[in-house]
Ligand binder design. Structure first.
Ligand code: ADP
Ligand code: MG
Length: 569
């Protein structure tokens, strides 16, 4: 008699890919190995972009910044235990920075892990991930992959964005089920990050406080950049006429050259303002916790805060007008409430900031023209400032101590989400991961300005950049060490603890993989080499020779180094 046709089958490998693709996730950043090698291969075969790195932390950082740039969770894929732990650093960093990201790690057999019988790469990854991210899930059955991925996506992007861990045991991938049932088990996440509209009373309260201001100030944070409410934010600033200070990754949300930018008068703006409207910026250490001498006389300040996370309110100081909701909705509601004839900002305040700003800019301009060899930071950054001015759609990745602090002040940004840097933790090592994802996600040229020390944390990824032929130009500010290149060992035995091999040629690392290497000793040489790299789109590393004497301990945040209570003799 007739034989019933075998029902078509699918497996865990395919269902994970189906679930991601159904939710418009098209890129995976990862490092292959047991048990996820075939998952990566299959994802590539099925049309996903699979970017294989040399170390999971860099893949994780790439996924994190992809999340920041796109408002979709960036996905990082790793092997179990050690690979998972390497990726976990990036996941924790993403969570701290409010970047949506999903770390997917293969894991060992539950039965063996839970009885601690010593499996290959045994580790209770779910338990370890939990305290370091926003949410953590494990899927044990192929029929739950759809729900597991959906939960991970929603957890990553809704409310305050953050990192999510998704644990996929090796056995899951091999599980087989009927294809039809498999398809039906998939979930397309509807409205993953729902708008959260602020209450009318909250808007009224905020406007009342703003109305009473003599010296109002807006602080734009990276939450505002993330929100992609660029037009609304610009309208708020311009319609209110309130000067603003951008946090590092909010630079370019409005061009740094905007007349209302008080970035170059930051200290005065923070100290002397009376009402401060925080838009997607936390009053953490980067804003001196909203108190102390940075903020002027005690009690001289009223804070209004827009944030999607209600618990953020009053985290450090009293928020007299909390506005809880998504930035797009909150800013639009404020604008509407301001009406057509909103009060002008007092001219005295604008004048104070303007003259401070002009004085600071003039002082800076002189330093930027320093044409010495070896270069100092300002001379080299002067050249790069011009590069970004001429190529405002390029993405600037920036890390290091002095290299970060000085570049942030010197290099003007003109467009939103073009400056990617060390973020809330001030972490070193984001450089190549961020640069790679920026190139992949945006297709724009990337300029990575790196301290020689910072670069070392992810430097091996120059091979990845060459392999994928990405338009990334790395400039290593090489001053022979961490902070400076001059430390010595008092006993004379070893090199000082903060110095590297003198006069290293980082450019040759790039040449080793077929990219372009340049050794630049003057600002002019540096400018020419960066321009050539940006024009050609070829992977390039420029070793920028900086005076080993240049640089200060810990850059701008030397005061965070503990000082011994013992009196120096
Ligand atoms: P910065 O370091 O630039 O000051 P932070 O990372 O400290 O920025 O602050 C970003 C804030 O933005 C976080 O408190 C986060 O909850 C908030 N945020 C992120 N996305 C949104 C959004 N879409 N709407 C409202 N707030 C948001
Ligand atoms: Mg250095």
């Amino acid at each position: 008699g007739p034989v019933a046709a075998e029902p078509e089958l699918t497996d865990g490998f395919n269902l994970v890919i189906d679930a991601l693709k159904l939710n418009d996730i098209e890129t995976i950043y990862g490092v292959p190995g047991i048990p996820i090698t075939d998952l990566g291969r299959l994802a590539q075969a099925r049309g996903m972009r699979v970017v294989s790195f040399r170390h999971e932390q860099n893949a994780g950082n790439a996924a994190a910044i992809a999340g920041f740039l796109t408002k979709k969770p960036g996905v990082c894929l790793t092997v179990s235990a050690p690979g998972f732990l390497n990726g976990l650093t990036a996941l924790a960093n993403a969570t701290t920075n409010c970047f949506p990201m999903i770390l997917i790690s293969g894991s060992s057999e539950r039965e063996i892990v839970d009885l601690q019988q010593g499996d290959y790469e045994e580790m209770d990854q779910l338990a370890i991930a939990k305290p370091l991210c926003k949410a953590a899930f494990r899927v044990l059955h192929a029929c739950d992959i759809g729900i597991g991925v959906a939960r991970a996506i929603r957890a990553a992007v809704s409310g305050r964005p953050g990192g999510v861990y998704l644990d996929l045991p090796a056995k899951l991938f091999a599980q087989v089920m009927e294809a039809d049932a498999g398809q039906k088990s998939l979930v397309k996440v509807i409205d993953p990050a729902p708008a959260q509209r602020p209450g009318e009373d909250a808007i009224r309260r905020a406007l009342d406080v703003l109305k009473g201001a003599q010296r109002p100030l807006i602080v734009l944070g990276k939450g505002a950049a993330y929100a992609q409410a660029d037009e609304a934010v610009r309208a708020l600033v311009e319609h209110s006429g309130i000067p603003y200070v951008p946090m590092s990754m909010a630079k370019g949300l409005l061009p740094d050259t905007h007349p209302l930018s008080a970035g170059a008068a930051r200290s005065t703006a923070l100290k002397d303002s009376d009402v401060v409207l925080l838009v997607g910026a936390r009053l953490n250490w980067l804003l001196s916790h909203g108190k102390g001498k940075t903020w002027g006389a005690p009690g001289s300040k009223k804070f209004i805060q827009i944030d999607i996370e209600p618990k953020e309110m009053d985290s450090n100081v009293e928020i007299v007008a909390p506005v809880v909701g998504d930035i797009g909705s909150c800013v639009s509601a404020l604008l509407e409430g301001m009406g057509k004839d909103w009060q002008a900002t007092p001219a005295a305040w604008l004048d104070t900031l303007k003259s401070k700003k002009e004085a600071n800019v003039a002082k800076m301009e002189q330093k930027l023209r320093r044409n010495v060899s070896p270069m100092d930071f300002h001379g080299a950054l002067g050249a790069l400032k011009t590069v970004i001015k001429e190529r405002p759609d390029a993405i600037l990745v920036n890390e290091g101590a002095n290299t970060l602090d000085l570049a942030r002040g010197v290099i003007d940004m003109y467009q939103p989400r073009k400056r990617l840097d060390v973020g809330t933790w001030g972490v070193m090592g984001i450089g190549m991961g961020f640069a790679i994802a920026a190139a992949i996600e945006t297709g724009k040229p990337v300029l990575a300005v790196e301290g020689d020390s910072a670069f070392g944390f992810s430097g091996m990824e120059v091979e990845t950049i060459c392999r994928y032929e990405l338009p990334v130009c790395i400039v290593v500010f090489n001053n022979n060490g961490i902070y400076r290149g001059t430390d010595t060992d008092p006993t004379g035995r070893d090199p000082g603890t903060t110095v590297f091999v003198k006069d290293s040629r980082y450019d040759r690392m790039m040449e080793a993989f077929g990219g372009v290497g340049v050794n630049a000793t003057t600002p002019d040489e540096l400018k020419r080499a960066v321009d050539a790299a940006m024009d050609s789109g070829r992977p390039t590393l420029i070793n920028a020779v900086i005076d080993p004497e240049a640089g200060s301990e810990s850059g701008n945040i030397g005061s965070l180094n503990p000082q011994s209570g013992l009196k120096k003799k």
